[in-house]
Design a protein around this ligand. Structure first.
Ligand SMILES: Cc1cc2nc3c(=O)[nH]c(=O)nc-3n(C[C@H](O)[C@H](O)[C@H](O)COP(=O)(O)OP(=O)(O)OC[C@H]3O[C@@H](n4cnc5c(N)ncnc54)[C@H](O)[C@@H]3O)c2cc1C
Length: 308
């Protein structure tokens, strides 16, 4: 029951100010968001790639309120791509972006987000890598899929995310699989109403398997975004049945969660990509990580009590 409460708090400005200003928060945040600047993150990128892992980089920030902030988001990604150049990682380091951070919720937001994200996709392509559009709450998805389709006309490798908890996702998966797209499948991290989304874990897991089968049997490139051991074995089985080779799909997990499993899958020869977030506006991202596992919240609360 704690998860939905934390997700509601993740949208509260009062909670944002309270949690962000608490000095003891930072060590707990570091587990999931291991840096605030490009200088902090480059050594982490080196260390992860040296261990045979691949990355998808997220500059944290969402719910922005001005066009200038959207441009700052674009520039932060451009700076990152520029700094990655000398590391020559190609597709081993791709970008994940949230369109809300590029202005999607502002006036004229759809066009604004497309205008701001395009230079990032172009710069990524020039650097030999690509971009994946994260999935946010369900009200943003028609715009996200339209931007994805538009970008794919020039940059077919642009990926997007679909969420197993949404009823719409099976149809989205069929369309994306038919069009040969790169697609990350996740369970879904937002608080969604029963009119649009499964609410029970077992229903979400069953939907995940149905959608994953569609992706594996389709023309695209499936990216399995989950830490769930049962879904990971099912994914391996579905890939085998669909006759996919090891480089025809990949696993993705979040930095700070099940690190041993990242290394185990990479050692088995799988492509294993770690979603690595950094930046100063970490509140929304951090609260979703707390909501996914209430034990994280207890750990966070204990560290506040013991150090505060
Ligand atoms: C690479 C990647 C990208 C993502 N992108 C998006 C996106 O664009 N949109 C979106 O809505 N969601 C996204 N998510 C989040 C996703 O929707 C889930 O909320 C999250 O992955 C937890 O679900 P799970 O599949 O890991 O399964 P769960 O059943 O939640 O977790 C399985 C096991 O993993 C471990 N675990 C999971 N989460 C945590 C945590 N926070 N802290 C500690 N341990 C944990 C626990 O051991 C747990 O038992 C992404 C997830 C990944 C891995």
């Amino acid at each position: 029951m704690l998860g939905p409460v934390i997700l509601a708090a993740s949208r509260s400005d009062r909670m944002r100010r309270l949690v962000s200003a608490t000095p003891v928060t930072r060590p707990v945040v570091d587990r999931f968001i291991p840096g605030e600047t490009v200088d902090d993150i480059v050594p982490i990128i080196r260390s992860l790639t040296d261990q045979g892992l691949e990355l998808t980089m997220d500059v944290v920030g969402e719910d922005i309120t001005t066009p200038a902030q959207a441009e700052a988001a674009r520039d932060a990604y451009l700076e990152l791509i520029d700094r990655l150049g000398p590391l020559d990682l190609g597709t081993r380091a791709e970008m994940s972006v949230k369109l809300s951070m590029f202005g999607q919720a502002l006036d004229g937001g759809h066009e604004l987000a497309l205008k701001n994200v395009r230079p990032v996709v172009e710069a990524a392509a020039e650097a030999g890598t690509t971009v994946t559009l994260d999935a946010e709450d369900h009200t943003t998805l028609d715009s996200m899929f339209a931007i994805h389709e538009e970008l794919r006309k020039d940059f077919p490798q642009t990926g997007c995310v679909i969420q197993a908890y949404l009823f719409r996702t099976e149809a989205d998966a069929r369309r994306l699989a038919d069009s040969g797209s790169r697609v990350r499948l996740v369970k879904g991290a937002y608080k969604e109403p029963a009119e649009v989304a499964y609410q029970q874990r077992h229903e979400i897991d069953k939907a995940y398997v149905r959608v994953l089968r569609t992706l594996m049997e389709g023309e695209g490139y499936p990216m399995i975004g989950s830490h769930d051991p049962r879904l990971i074995s099912i994914a391996q089985e579905l890939a085998r049945t669909a006759g996919r080779k090891l480089d025809e799909y990949e696993f993705q997990m979040l930095y700070g969660i099940r690190g041993d499993e990242h290394l185990r899958l990479a050692a088995e020869g799988h492509r294993m990509r770690v979603y690595t977030a950094y930046g100063t506006d970490w509140y929304g991202y951090f609260m979703r990580r707390l909501a996914e596992k209430p034990a994280n919240l207890r750990f966070f609360a204990r560290s506040m009590v013991s150090k505060g």
